[in-house]
Design a protein around this ligand. Sequence first.
Ligand code: ZN
Length: 309
Amino acid sequence: MRCSIGVDIGHTNIRAARVADGVPTEVRKERTDVPGGPESVLEQARRLIAELSGGDRLPVGVGIAGQCDSAQGVLRCGPGFWWPDMPFRDRLSAAVGAPVVLRNDVVMATVGEWKHGAGRGVDDLVCLFVGTGVGGGAVVGGRLLEGASGCGGHFGHVSVQMDGPVCSCGRRGCVEVYAGGSNVEKRARLALDGSVLKEMSGGRPGSITCSMVAEAAERGDESSLRIRDEMAAALSSGVASIINSLNPARVVLGGSVMFGFPELHSMVARGALEQCLRPAADKLTIERSALGDLAGTVGAATMALEFYG
Ligand SMILES: [Zn+2]
């Protein structure tokens, strides 16, 4: 049995797990201290790794919500999008006294699904995770897509509407603008009048969450259903473009926001298959994430073993 530690640092939560041959044996989860800045998040990660290692010097994989220079181990743009370039990998490695591999969080989740989840057994895989933001990863011809500067797979920034709303990246109409959790909440706050969300939130727009929007949609609330349908349309269009570009054998859809809306997965799968090129769909199946919230930690731990096991 080979053990390693996987850490998944998201905008909202940090998860860490001790993983043995792809199976998490001990898991920790807490809020990411984004307001505390990079030093505080580094300390959070160090503490969780120390707790889970129990004195063993285990290789560590870290996935983080941001863009990473994987060769240099530098975080180019971290949670909250205001961290300066930071040598996160080497700083953490020195702090825990063990080797560390660093990648984008959804790239790590893609590794998790590929090796131990819904993407097992295929050499051409696309994963799309819908959470606070929308991220992705891909395996092409049996190799993880990393890109020339470690930036491959940012499928949330595929634009599906050239004149759409402005995204956090500066472009218009990205998939993330319509389907990312924080943008869904923003859109719901702007459409409060006449919605059951007004009653559910006690009239406080700031308290509206994605799960409230999902629940309101289940109750037949028109503005929430419109938001869900726009999410499905944007995701379907984006996924169809990715299928046409990469011709995967399997697409895995996951993330807390994707799972929060019960019908979203089947709407996106149907829409993407209708829109993509016929030959690109010949060998394609579209599946749900098998590892759920732990895909990132399992993937990070798996990559740590591949590099340093
Ligand atoms: Zn964007």
